[in-house]
Structure formats: C-alpha cells, structure tokens
Design a protein around this ligand. Structure first.
Ligand SMILES: [Zn+2]
Length: 134
C-alpha cells in the first residue's frame, strides 16, 4: 500500500462501495421496489460478491479490497431484505389517529341521571347537576 496516496485510498474506497452497492440498490429500489426473500438475497449477494471479486482482481486489487467487498456483500444483503420503513410509518400513523378517535369517543359520557351526553371532564352533569365523578 506504500505507493498509494490518501486520495488514491479514498478513491478506491468510493469505487469499491460504489460498484459494490449500486447493483443491490438498483435491484431493491428500481427493479423490485420491495424487499427480497432471505434466500434470494443470499444468492444474489453471493453472485455479486464473486462478480465484484473477479472484477477487482481483474483491476489488480489487493486482499484488503476483498475484505471490503465482503462487507459490501453484507450491506447488500441488508439493503435487499430491508423493509421500507415508510409502510410502517403510515401504518403506525393510522393506528395513532385511530387511537385518538377512540380517546375522543371515550371523552364523552352519558349522565346516569338524565342521559345527557357530555365531556367526561366535568365533575357534574351540565344539564341536571348530578355528580359524574366515579
Ligand atoms: Zn344529568
């Protein structure tokens, strides 16, 4: 590595990660637009790993690069199997608003004396004055 300058190092890291991560990112977000099954993801990552290693050997890479490629393969697997968080956010947002509606519903009670519907925060009925606190 003594012949490499810092800019060469940075460049090779960017190239390694760029080339390594472009295919899984494209597959995940452009072609499939959904997470792959674990088995499919493992096969895909293995194939990409071997293609990358062959490519980098062809380019005259060092063993250090192959270690980086192994990490790239792991990250690729994570990208391919990752669930889009957006779906969860929307789902939890729906749950949240549903909960709010529920709370709103239970914020109203019926007076046991005159059956007048009113906000549960009152301590006595707004119509007949009966005690509402239980
Ligand atoms: Zn009442």
């Amino acid at each position: 590595m003594e012949g490499l300058s810092t800019s060469d190092m940075v460049f090779s890291i960017v190239v390694t990660w760029g080339i390594g991560l472009a295919p899984p990112l494209l597959m995940r977000f452009v072609f499939f637009k959904r997470p792959l099954g674990r088995f499919t993801a493992i096969i895909t990552c293995s194939i990409l790993f071997f293609l990358n290693v062959m490519l980098f050997i062809f380019l005259g890479s060092t063993n250090k690069t192959h270690g980086a490629l192994a990490i790239v393969a792991l990250v690729s697997y994570w990208i391919l199997t990752k669930e889009t968080k957006m779906k969860d956010i929307i789902a939890s947002g729906r749950r949240e608003s549903a909960k709010k509606l529920e709370t709103k519903e239970s914020d109203y009670i019926l007076c046991s004396n005159c059956k007048f519907e009113q906000w549960s925060g009152y301590s006595e009925c707004q119509k007949c004055g009966a005690n509402l606190s239980q």
